[in-house]
Design a binder for this molecule. Structure first.
Ligand SMILES: Nc1ncnc2c1ncn2[C@@H]1O[C@H](COP(=O)(O)OP(=O)(O)OP(=O)(O)O)[C@@H](O)[C@H]1O
Ligand SMILES: [Mg+2]
Length: 507
C-alpha cells in the first residue's frame, strides 16, 4: 500500500475512533438526561395536581373528591403534551379517571391510562418514596382487565405518594401515577441522533480531508528526498534538500545533504586521482621516451656511420647523459615507492642543522647566482635536529633547488628555528608562485605546475617534492606550503624530535 494511503488510514482511523467513542458516550448521556428531565417534569406536574385537584375531608383525613374541572382542564392540557395521569386512593383503587366516568379521548378504543402498581412499589409509596419507571405497558381497556400493548402507548412513569398533612398528622391517602409517551422521548432521541449522525458525517469528511492534507504533506517531503536520491544516483552531486531543522524528516534531509557533500568531495577526489593517474602514465612514458629517442638516434647514426669521427666523442657523451637521466628517473621512482611503502629504514641521528644549512647554501650559491638569485640564511648558532642526516639534506636540497628554479633575480630566505619539540626550516622565495589548484597537486609524482617548463636546463622530472613529502612524513613531520601566484612560495618543513627527548649539540 502506498505510504500516503497508509498515513491517511492511520490519521483517519484515529480521528474516526475518537468521534465514534465521543458520539456513543454523548448518545448515552443524552438518553439518561432525557429520562431524568422527563421524570423531573412529571414529578412537577404531579405536585401541581396534588396541590390543586385533590380535596380532603379534614375531619376524616380522607380524600373526599377532586376538583373535577381542574382535572378535566389539566387532562386536556397535559394530553396535548402527551402526558396522562391517574389517581388512586389509599386502597390502590383507581379514583380518577375511571371512577369519575371520564373517557380518554385520543386513545385507541377509549382505553384508559392505568399503570399496574406492584405490591412492592405500593409499599414504597406508603413509605413516602417517589418511584420512577422505565417504558412499559400502562394503557388498559375501559373495564381495566386487558392491557393495550401498542408500542405507541408505552409510557415512562412517575408514581408519587399522596399524604394528608395537618399539623403533626401525616397520613397516606393515595398516589398519583403520571406518564409520558415513550414515543415522545424517542422522537427527541431520534432528533438528537440524527443531528449527531450529520455531525459525524461532516466530521468524517473533514477527517478524511485533514488526513489527506497531513499525509500529503509528509509524503511530499519524503518524495522530495526520493527525487533528490535519484538525482544523486544519476550523478548530480550539487543537489540539496531544504530543511527547517524541526523534525526527524528535516534531520534526514540534513544527513542527506551531508552525505551528498561527502559524495561530491570524494567524487572530485576520485576524478582528480584518475586524472593524475592518466597524467602519471603519460608523463612517465614521456620522460623515458625523450632520452631513449636521443640514444636510439645516436646509435642509428653510429650504425650507419652517419656521424663524423670528430663528433663521435660528443655523441657518446650525450648518450651517457641521457642514460644517466634514465637511471636517475628509474632510481627516483624506485626510491619513491620504497619510501611510500615504508621499505626504507631511517637512520635517525642527532646533528646540527645549522651546519647543514650553511653547507647547502654554500653548495647552491653558484646555481643561485646563475639565476641572479641570492640566499639569505637566518639560523641560530646551533640548530639541533633529530632526523636521518642524508634524507634531511635530500629534502632541503630539493626545496632550495626549486626555489632557485622558480625565481629570478630575487632573495631566497632560508630560516632555521626550534619549537618546543621540533626543528623547523622555512624556505621563502619571491618567484613565480602557484595557484591554489597547482598547490594541491605538487606532492604528486611527475606533477609540474607549468608543463611548458618540462625538460629545462635542470632536466627536472617532477619527482623531487613527491619524494620529499614522503620522506618528511616518514619522519613524522610535515611540509606546509604557502604560495601566491607571481609573488612567491614558502615551504615550511618540520622535523619533530619524535622518540628523542633532548636534542643537544656538543661543542
Ligand atoms: N618554489 C616554487 N615555486 C613555484 N613552483 C614550484 C616551486 N616548487 C615547486 N614548484 C612546482 O611544483 C612542481 C613539482 O616540483 P618538484 O620539485 O616535485 O619537481 P621538479 O622540480 O619539476 O622536478 P625534480 O625536482 O624532480 O627535478 C614544479 O614543477 C613546479 O611547477
Ligand atoms: Mg624540484
Amino acid at each position: 500500500m502506498k505510504l500516503i494511503y497508509q498515513q491517511m488510514l492511520a490519521f483517519f482511523a484515529v480521528i474516526i475512533t475518537v468521534i465514534v467513542v465521543l458520539g456513543f458516550s454523548f448518545i448515552r448521556t443524552t438518553r439518561t438526561m432525557l429520562y431524568q428531565n422527563s421524570w423531573q417534569q412529571l414529578q412537577q406536574y404531579a405536585a401541581s395536581i396534588e396541590k390543586e385537584a385533590i380535596r380532603y375531608n379534614t375531619k376524616t383525613n380522607q380524600v373526599v373528591g377532586f376538583n373535577q374541572q381542574f382535572l378535566n382542564d389539566g387532562t386536556v392540557i397535559l394530553r396535548d403534551q402527551h402526558i396522562h395521569f391517574s389517581v388512586y386512593d389509599a386502597n390502590k383503587k383507581l379514583v380518577y379517571p375511571s371512577g369519575m366516568g371520564t373517557t380518554m379521548s385520543g386513545t385507541p378504543g377509549g382505553s384508559i391510562y392505568d399503570p399496574k402498581i406492584s405490591a412492592k412499589d405500593w409499599k414504597k409509596l406508603k413509605r413516602n418514596k417517589i418511584i420512577t419507571q422505565s417504558p412499559h405497558v400502562t394503557f388498559r381497556t375501559r373495564n381495566r382487565d386487558q392491557p393495550v400493548n401498542t408500542p405507541s402507548l408505552r409510557t415512562i412513569d412517575v408514581l408519587v405518594p399522596l399524604f394528608y398533612k395537618n399539623g403533626a398528622t401525616k397520613k397516606f391517602v393515595g398516589a398519583i401515577s403520571i406518564g409520558s409517551f415513550e414515543q415522545t422521548l424517542q422522537a427527541n432521541e431520534q432528533q438528537i441522533e440524527k443531528n449527531l449522525f450529520i455531525a459525524l458525517l461532516v466530521s468524517g469528511i473533514a477527517a478524511l480531508l485533514l488526513s489527506y492534507i497531513l499525509a500529503r504533506y509528509s509524503v511530499r517531503r519524503i518524495n522530495r528526498l526520493r527525487y533528490a536520491t535519484h538525482s544523486v544516483a544519476n550523478g548530480d552531486f550539487d543537489i540539496q534538500v531544504d530543511s527547517n531543522h524541526k523534525d526527524e524528516i528535516d534531520d534526514l534531509a540534513d544527513d542527506f545533504n551531508g552525505m551528498v557533500n561527502s559524495l561530491r568531495t570524494s567524487n572530485e577526489e576520485i576524478k582528480r586521482q584518475e586524472k593524475r593517474r592518466r597524467e602519471f602514465m603519460a608523463d612517465a612514458a614521456h620522460e623515458m621516451r625523450t632520452p631513449l629517442t636521443t640514444i636510439n638516434g645516436i646509435l642509428e647514426g653510429l650504425a650507419y656511420d652517419a656521424i663524423p669521427e670528430e663528433d663521435k666523442g660528443h655523441s657518446i657523451e650525450l648518450m651517457q647523459n641521457e642514460t644517466k637521466r634514465l637511471i636517475r628517473l628509474v632510481n627516483e621512482n624506485l626510491d619513491y615507492e620504497k619510501i611510500r611503502t615504508g621499505q626504507i629504514a631511517l637512520n635517525k641521528t642527532n646533528f646540527d642543522g645549522a651546519e647543514v644549512l650553511h653547507n647547502l647554501v654554500e653548495q647552491l650559491t653558484k646555481k643561485a647566482a646563475a639565476a641572479d638569485d641570492e640566499f639569505k640564511l637566518t639560523v641560530p648558532e646551533k640548530l639541533p635536529v633529530w632526523a636521518d642526516y642524508d634524507r634531511f639534506v635530500q629534502v632541503l636540497f630539493n626545496i632550495m633547488q626549486n626555489a632557485i628554479q622558480f625565481s629570478q633575480a630575487n632573495v631566497i630566505e632560508v630560516t632555521g628555528s626550534r619549537t618546543d619539540h621540533a626543528t623547523v626550516v622555512a624556505i621563502q622565495d619571491h618567484g613565480i608562485g602557484m595557484t591554489p589548484d597547482q598547490v594541491k597537486n605538487i606532492w604528486e609524482r611527475y606533477y609540474k605546475a607549468d608543463p611548458s617548463r618540462k625538460n629545462t636546463k635542470y632536466g627536472e622530472s617532477g619527482l623531487g617534492l613527491a619524494i620529499s613529502h614522503q620522506l618528511v612524513q616518514q619522519h613524522g613531520g610535515s611540509i606546509k606550503v604557502d604560495s601566491v601566484e607571481n609573488e612567491g612560495t614558502c615551504f615550511t618543513v618540520t622535523f619533530p624530535d619524535e622518540g628523542f627527548d633532548k636534542p643537544i649539540i656538543d661543542d
